[in-house]
Design a protein around this ligand. Structure first.
Ligand SMILES: *Cc1c(COP(=O)(O)O)cnc(C)c1O
Length: 392
């Protein structure tokens, strides 16, 4: 019944194209064109129902999404949905549900307190030496748990009102900023020329040492990762990219090719996963994911506890489960494969690392630790060690 679930843990890279579009007459050339992919996104209830039987919760969710966070799904990503699996981990990320309209006291429209850390519209300056630059409010597809759903997609009441000139001026004046992270929305939805205008302007600022982009385009729209784009990005080294993969099925052959192309242009790649109930809240899925990421030349960077975004209760998994998964990875697999689990502190405290406890006891004399197998060890502080003696 659940064909794809059986494949998910096999660490194989498969293409799902043309999938649902098999009988639509689309040519290979059209399929691999990112403009075609964007034009043919699923954005309406009728478009969705041509391919999938929806539950009542999904149907109502789609209808209500029009006034909150719009629905949009690229054909490439839509093909990862298993129509026979009502709990499909891809489906849960991308198809609206009526639960998105449920709001608890703890949930917020701006869970990371970004709006109150903007010296200039669109520029979030929370940490001493780096900024988050929100350059667009549009994405190739919309994640239902988006932490910026208050401003993203154009459907909600609030608008992202980025003032580019004021932002560049702020960055020129603030010599303590050495790192600029472009995000949004998704910066890779801009044309090469428009994106290059921003990158070249930032690159000219002497104290900016490091530029990076956060993007889910390599996953939602791998056709956009063209040789021309990569060549343009490589002009702005040291340039890094953070992508966003949550589930091993998202790493298809097309996605892997795009990631390899970026890596071949000298762009170091990190992955930021969001910890989601029913998507990646189990050790086997996460282990497969991080292994497939390394095979795609991507280093797992962060695993985010889901922000307290309004309407996200159906996707929330407990912090204790996240810690358990990190514990299940550390020591048991490659160190490069292990992301840092973080909570972005509610209200605007920034990212805080959350780790399993390996330190059992610590005082001025010694640190008592346990390893991944549960064995206990002691490390004496230099001050309590006996003086070394000559040994010859
Ligand atoms: C995540 C984030 C950054 C970048 O943080 P790193 O830990 O350096 O990746 C910068 N600014 C804001 C506001 C952020 O949320």
């Amino acid at each position: 019944m659940h064909h794809l679930r059986d494949q998910d843990l096999k660490k194989e890279f498969v293409s799902h194209a043309p999938g649902y579009w098999a009988n639509s007459g689309v040519t290979d050339e059209e399929w691999s064109n990112h403009t075609w992919q964007l034009k043919n996104r699923i954005t309406s209830l009728s478009g969705l129902e041509e391919h999938l039987n929806l539950s009542e919760e999904e149907r109502n969710g789609v209808i209500l999404s029009g006034s909150k966070l719009a629905m949009a799904i690229t054909p490439h990503f839509f093909n990862l949905i298993d129509r026979d699996d009502p709990d499909c981990p891809i489906r849960r990320q991308i198809i609206p549900r009526v639960e998105e309209t449920l709001v608890s006291d703890y949930e917020m429209a701006d869970p990371c307190g970004e709006d109150s850390h903007m010296p200039v519209p669109g520029l979030v300056h929370r940490y001493p030496d780096r900024v988050l630059f929100l350059v667009t409010d549009r994405c190739a597809a919309y994640c239902r748990y988006c932490t910026r759903s208050r401003v993203v997609s154009g459907a909600g009441e609030q608008e992202l009102d980025t003032d580019f000139e004021a932002a560049f001026q702020y960055l020129e004046e603030h010599t303590e900023v050495r790192d600029v992270l472009l995000s949004g929305g998704d910066p890779l939805l801009f044309s090469d020329a428009k994106l290059e205008k921003i990158l070249s302007r930032l690159h000219k600022i002497e104290h900016i040492e490091f530029i990076r982009i956060g993007s889910r385009v390599p996953i939602f729209l791998p056709q956009r990762i063209t040789p021309q784009l990569c060549e343009m990005l490589a002009k702005y080294h040291p340039f890094f990219m953070s992508v966003h993969v949550n589930h091993p099925r998202e790493l298809t052959t097309e996605v892997k090719e795009g990631l390899e192309r970026l890596a071949n242009h000298g762009i170091p790649l990190g992955n930021q996963s969001v910890f989601l109930r029913g998507v990646n809240d189990d050790l086997d899925t996460m282990k497969t994911l991080v292994h497939k990421l390394l095979m795609s030349r991507v280093r797992p960077y962060y695993l985010y506890q889901l922000d307290l975004i309004q309407g996200s209760s159906h996707l929330q998994a407990p912090v204790s489960k996240g810690i358990e998964i990190i514990e299940g990875l550390r020591g048991h697999t490659t160190g490069y494969a292990i992301p840092q689990f973080v909570i972005d502190a509610p209200g605007g405290g920034g990212k805080v690392p959350i780790n399993p406890d390996y330190v059992l006891q610590k005082n001025d004399e010694r640190t008592v630790i346990r390893n991944f197998e549960g064995k206990t060890f002691e490390y004496p502080e230099p001050a309590v060690r006996p003086d070394p003696v000559l040994d010859y």
